[in-house]
Write a protein that binds this ligand. Structure first.
Ligand code: SF4
Length: 440
């Protein structure tokens, strides 16, 4: 291996974390993360068995310093004892996340969710929302777009034809555990099964359903050895789960291991953290990333309301550190399925130096039919963008094909066929034009 990590801290192991109190109580626990991450069990909805002061070594990491008015008001109401430093600490945010209906009902009107018990026992995907992201949902109507993406619904229990737990058949494309090789020159490394929020439409819901652990160094070693022994691999995506929920030294372990291989040209991090836990983007973290360029980041963004002052700061830090950012957005019914919302999102992303990259048709995981739009809706949105805004603002609309066929881009019918020696095309206004293109 490239690098030895410090031994796991005994005191960090086996922490039982309590869900956040809707009242005043703040947790000052070490994060649920250590070196031998396989050994960690984050037991939710149980009482705290061991309380520790916030580790001194962690406080210098909390150099995030933006709290906008809405999160600030939310903190004053629901976490009045939390200091700026705590609120701005990504570890504090993870430890104080909302993980059950009882605590969530104190901050949101979830009265339209009948039969909590049934839903709690039946649902496959865990509930987890950071206090920061919860502050964006508080006081919003039940059908608020961002709320629908992270708050469980009974509709998740409706399984429809064509849905399956691993629709992309990634498990059948793993030469070693947690490493997906769908294409010859690039691989997807599944580094963790933990996320700071759980999106209700998650393609990898089968992986993140335990909400309990990072995979750990031992599991990563197999993937790293495989990449080292396969020099045709030039591009590695580190995803999960969400790799940015891991401590710096673990992310650095992966980056340094990969960067030590001359054939690995590009490293990409797939994450939603900058949108839901912007406090994670500390100066320490971005300074670490700088050492391993070129580092790309594919950021999962859903809606223009996610681009808050906190996110502006986080993305500024990443862009200034030379991280090349692209967006990944899932097209979701009742959330972002119209031209205006997607256009506004893409414009805001460009302003924070994230290049719109993919607009995904929602994958058919079990219980996701209420999120899926007809494919014609995606085409309509692309048609509503092309020619009506700058090309930089237009993502590729793709279907990640069920069964493992990879991403297939879909375009409205601009190409109309041939007329003798001419190619016939339709422009964004629906007018027909011809291009001389003799057949040789
Ligand atoms: S952040 Fe990504 S991996 Fe995690 S739940 Fe959302 S879509 Fe799934």
């Amino acid at each position: 291996m490239q690098q030895n990590l410090e031994p796991p801290s005994v005191e960090n192991k086996q922490q039982d974390l309590e869900p956040p109190s809707a009242g005043n109580k703040q947790q000052d626990l070490e994060p649920p993360l250590c070196d031998d991450l396989c050994a960690i069990e984050i037991i939710l909805e149980t009482s705290v068995t061991e309380e520790k002061p916030f580790g001194k070594t962690e406080t210098p990491d909390s150099d995030f310093n933006v709290i906008s008015p809405k999160p600030s008001q939310f903190r004053a109401k629901f976490f009045p004892l939390a200091t700026d430093k705590q609120w701005n600490s990504w570890r504090w945010q993870i430890q104080n996340s909302y993980t059950n209906f009882k605590t969530l009902s104190a901050i949101l009107d979830i009265s339209n969710i009948e039969d909590f018990d049934f839903l709690s026992k039946s649902r496959k995907l865990p509930l987890r929302i950071t206090p920061y992201y919860a502050s964006l949902l508080h006081d919003k109507p039940k059908d608020y777009a961002l709320l629908k993406t992270v708050v469980p619904s009974k509709l998740e229990l409706v399984v429809s034809p064509g849905e399956e737990s691993d629709p992309l058949h990634e498990e059948s494309m793993c030469p070693v555990n947690n490493l997906v090789r769908r294409y010859p020159d690039r691989v997807l490394m599944l580094s963790t099964g933990f996320c700071s929020v759980y999106c209700r439409y998650c393609t990898r819901s089968h992986m993140v359903l335990k909400d309990k652990k990072h995979y750990g160094v031992k599991a990563w070693e197999n993937s790293i050895d495989y990449i080292r022994n396969n020099p045709q691999i030039r591009d590695v995506v580190i995803s999960g789960g969400d790799p940015l929920t891991m401590p710096e030294k673990h992310v650095e372990f992966l980056l340094s291991s990969l960067r030590a291989m001359p054939h690995v040209e590009v490293i990409r991090l797939g994450t939603k953290v900058p949108m839901v836990l912007p406090q994670r983007i500390t100066k320490t973290f971005v300074n670490m990333l700088k050492k391993y360029h070129p580092v790309y980041m594919s950021i999962h963004c859903t809606h223009p309301d996610e681009i808050t002052p906190e996110v502006v700061e986080a993305t500024k830090r990443l862009a200034d550190a030379g991280v090349v950012m692209g967006s990944q957005t899932v097209l979701l019914q009742g959330v972002n399925d119209n031209v205006e919302t997607i256009k506004e999102l893409m414009h805001r992303l460009l302003k924070v130096r994230i290049k719109p990259y993919y607009l995904y048709q929602c994958d058919p995981i079990p219980g996701s039919s209420h999120f899926r739009t007809p494919v014609s809706k995606g085409l309509e949105i692309i048609q509503g963008l092309r020619g009506h805004t700058s090309g930089y603002a237009i993502p590729h609309y793709v279907i990640d094909t069920p069964g493992g066929g990879g991403k297939i881009p879909l375009l409205p019918e601009y190409y109309q066929g041939r007329d003798g020696e001419y190619v016939v095309m339709k422009n964004f206004e629906g007018k027909i034009y011809k291009y001389y293109d003799p057949i040789k």
